[in-house]
Write a new protein. Structure first.
Length: 166
């Protein structure tokens, strides 16, 4: 996992712990760090880290964020390729990558709250891989997705029908 992925992941976890039901925004992170730690970081600095433009943090920033997120400062670096802190199976490694991918996708689709929320829900599931396999099975069964959506969320079906006809 890269440093940027770890920061995004920690914002997601911290947002959940604070009852936001979503990831903390970068701005919310900076305000909370300033309020709780009495120090500040610039939004552009965090953005550069998360986007991979800056691959490393200064020691003072690493220490500050480690205190804020309550993680070991050594966690806030890129992991070497294939590195694991514990004995895990390839399936669990896949699970972690799927969770990060889903959380990143939720940020990219923030303008579509339904899609963003579903991606977060899937990432929070204990077995994200199983969720995706279930989705594939539903889509492989002709007409099942439409029938399930109609039965479980009739209002979504009506709104989708209007969007298609426009």
């Amino acid at each position: 996992m890269t440093l940027g992925e770890k920061i995004r992941y920690l914002r997601e976890v911290d947002g959940s712990l604070r009852g936001l039901g979503r990831a903390m925004t970068q701005q919310e992170l900076l305000k909370a760090v300033r309020k709780e730690q009495g120090e500040s970081i610039s939004q552009s600095y965090i953005s550069q880290i998360e986007n991979g433009a800056r691959r490393h943090m200064t020691q003072s920033t690493r220490t500050l964020l480690a205190k804020f997120f309550k993680v070991h400062p050594g966690f806030l670096v890129d992991d070497p390729e294939g590195y694991h802190t514990e004995l895990v199976s390839d399936l669990r490694t896949t699970e972690g990558k799927l969770d990060v991918w889903m959380l990143q996708g939720s940020e990219r689709f923030a303008s579509d709250p339904e899609v963003s929320e579903v991606l977060i829900k899937a990432a929070r599931e204990k077995d994200t891989r199983r969720c995706l396999i279930l989705l594939g099975t539903i889509l492989d069964t002709p007409g099942l997705a439409d029938r399930l959506l109609e039965a479980l969320k009739p209002s979504s079906v009506r709104h989708a029908g209007r969007r298609r006809s426009q």
